[in-house]
Design a protein. Structure first.
Length: 127
């Protein structure tokens, strides 16, 4: 299955104005500096935060599924799927994600009904 990496606007009416991005900063009220490129240690790896910001509308979902893709030979391939419990009464959430391999990543986000919400992208390089 290929990432919806080119579809970066939420499709559900509740998420039509949502923003998804990756940051090395912990988001405060959904605000953090977007990182399109991050650098990790080749031996230890590192982490960043995958952010979903739906301001001013609350998320209104109790679970968020993150489907993680990494580009391999020019195509995004699914490498991980995890579901997280989140608070439906806030307008943003974030997930700390660890990276150990350099490459281009896409993070597709879905609600518990498997409806696509948005995509965050980042390039990971070794230092």
């Amino acid at each position: 299955m290929e990432s919806k990496v080119n579809n970066t606007s939420g499709t559900g009416s509740n998420f039509s104005q949502s923003k998804a991005f990756v940051s090395t900063q912990v988001p405060v009220s959904g605000i953090a500096k977007e990182s399109r490129t991050i650098t990790i240690d080749r031996d230890k790896g590192s982490y960043a935060y995958i952010v979903l910001d739906n301001y001013p509308t609350n998320l209104n979902i109790k679970q968020l599924t993150l489907k993680v893709y990494r580009k391999v030979n020019g195509k995004f391939e699914k490498i991980d799927v995890k579901t997280y419990d989140i608070s439906p009464d806030t307008y943003f959430t974030y997930i700390k994600y660890s990276f150990y391999i350099a490459g281009d990543y896409a993070f597709d986000m879905y609600d518990s009904s498997d409806q696509f919400i948005n995509t965050a992208n980042v390039t990971v390089n070794y230092n």
